[in-house]
Design a protein around this ligand. Structure first.
Ligand code: BGP
Length: 466
């Protein structure tokens, strides 16, 4: 049985749904210079906004002008919370200003008040795959230590302004995506960084993460100064990486592969660098800018809970050169985008992470991206219902049978939004269908899918109907 105050809700990210990219004083963010991509072609990162090209994040689903209508629909589903992010460049258009943009602050006041009117708690991420473009362009993003000062100023302004309205915060969305150094999307959206030819991308990645760890730890400390009740979490992309076989070498490969994900939470939860990372730095002779003072900050700014996303699991096989390589798992089906569908993996990771840290767990993303067919004013998304149902059942097992402390569940996404990896809305996740053509004509039709009523029932019975 879930606790009475279990936080059912839905999740989104500012850059993927707000639109209004240059309205009311907002500056461009890194995602505003990214073009559309596709399954086979990654999104291009352009040097500033080039006329004539299509930038899907500029429009989002125009939540900026539809927030009342959308939040009303969330309330109808019975949301107890709504996970969203603040667009940093709406509050600080360039990122290095002293004074915030009042219009930007007012927008989130209005959104939070609208949520609270219906008894919906906002759950807020400070940096969800974005930062002001100016900071990336002029300062080199998070490869520059100065980001810590800019971020903390931004975080403090938000904590002070929204104290009493927001209890649950997260610092950096999926901070551990940075480990995938071969994917420029992760470094760009996560840290405003593009690796230079010839530089050791892995070494730079550890430097970037170090600065973000300090910023995150300082934010935890600052939040407590503003309001002791505030809870600040880390946010990680978690999914098990199973051993491909029971060959001990594969089992070891899976541990090594998971270390790469756990490195980030180990620092943010335990407040210190793990031994396996220190050894790796020694082995590779990485020279990082890390001071004793930094380490003290990290120690004193550990997180209150673990926010994480779960979409899929992966599988690792022993590899002589790199400890492991990821290989497809023949035991699980895949989505249209090749993502393994593995509900058991959610219970597995809840167990593993809870055992490792003992902190409350918040599932802040889980969902099924699919091509939806809009017919007769709705979408019969039974595949999505099936996916979510199976995953929620595994959450119930983790709570009832394994004793994991789960704070809440906010599926991705509350409503159809722009996909982060493709920039397309066609990879849909929401309970509410958004007619993108209508958005383009400025009408932006919202339509309930079959999953809307299904989720409403799950929430109203606190999961007992499953
Ligand atoms: C997570 C991100 C989200 C989101 C989701 C689905 O990694 O935190 O922002 O978009 O993945 O990914 P996509 O939109 O690429 O399908």
């Amino acid at each position: 049985m879930l606790k009475k105050d279990f936080l059912w809700g839905g999740a989104v990210a500012a850059n993927q749904y707000e639109g209004a990219w240059n309205i009311d004083g907002k500056g461009p963010s890194v995602t505003d210079v990214m073009t559309k991509g596709s399954v086979d072609h990654p999104r291009d990162i352009t040097e500033g906004v080039i006329e004539g090209r299509e930038y899907p994040n500029h429009l989002g689903i125009d939540f900026y002008h539809h927030y009342q209508e959308d939040i009303k629909l969330f309330a109808e589903m019975g949301f107890k919370c709504f996970r969203l992010s603040i667009a940093w460049s709406r509050i600080f258009p360039r990122g290095d200003e002293k004074e915030p943009n009042e219009k930007g602050l007012e927008f989130y006041d209005a959104v939070f008040d609208e949520c609270l009117k219906y008894g919906i708690q906002p759950v807020v991420t400070l940096s969800h795959f974005e930062m002001p473009y100016y900071l990336a362009h002029e300062y080199g993003g998070w490869r520059n230590r100065k980001m810590i000062t800019f971020f903390i100023h931004y975080a403090t302004v938000c904590f002070k302004r929204y104290a009493g309205k927001v209890k649950y915060w997260m610092t950096f969305n999926e901070i551990n995506n940075l480990i995938d150094i071969d994917n420029p999307f992760n470094a760009w959206t996560g840290a405003g960084v593009l690796y230079k030819d010839g530089e050791n991308a892995e070494e730079t990645m550890y430097q970037i993460s170090h600065y973000q760890f300090i910023a995150s730890a300082l934010a935890v400390q600052e939040a407590k100064r503003v309001d002791k009740e505030m809870q600040v979490g880390c946010m990680l992309h978690f999914g098990p990486i199973y051993p491909y076989s029971c060959d001990p070498k594969d089992a070891m490969a899976s541990i090594k592969a998971m270390d790469r994900r756990f490195f980030f939470s180990d620092v943010q939860v335990r407040g210190k660098y793990p031994e396996y990372t220190k050894k790796l730095w020694q082995r590779k002779d990485f020279q990082l800018d890390i001071t004793d003072e930094d380490l003290a900050v990290i120690k004193d700014g550990t997180v209150d809970y673990i926010g994480f996303s779960y979409y899929k699991s992966t599988t690792a096989k022993f590899d002589k050169e790199n400890d492991f390589k990821e290989v497809p798992n023949p035991n699980v089906p895949k989505s249209d985008w090749g993502w393994a569908i593995d509900p058991t993996g959610l219970r597995y990771i809840l167990n593993v992470v809870y055992e490792r840290y003992g902190l409350p767990m918040f599932i802040v993303e889980n969902g099924f991206g699919a091509y939806d067919k809009f017919e007769n004013g709705t979408v019969n998304d039974n595949y999505r219902i099936e996916y979510l149902e199976k995953h929620v059942l595994e959450v119930l097992k983790a709570v009832d049978l394994d004793g994991v402390n789960v704070l809440g569940y906010t599926p991705w996404a509350a409503i159809d939004i722009i996909s982060a990896s493709t920039g397309e809305i066609e990879k849909r996740y929401g309970f509410i269908y958004v007619d993108q053509d209508e958005v383009k004509q400025g009408r932006a039709g919202r339509h309930k899918k079959a999953s809307f009523d299904w989720y409403k029932n799950v929430i109203s019975t606190n999961g007992a109907c499953l």
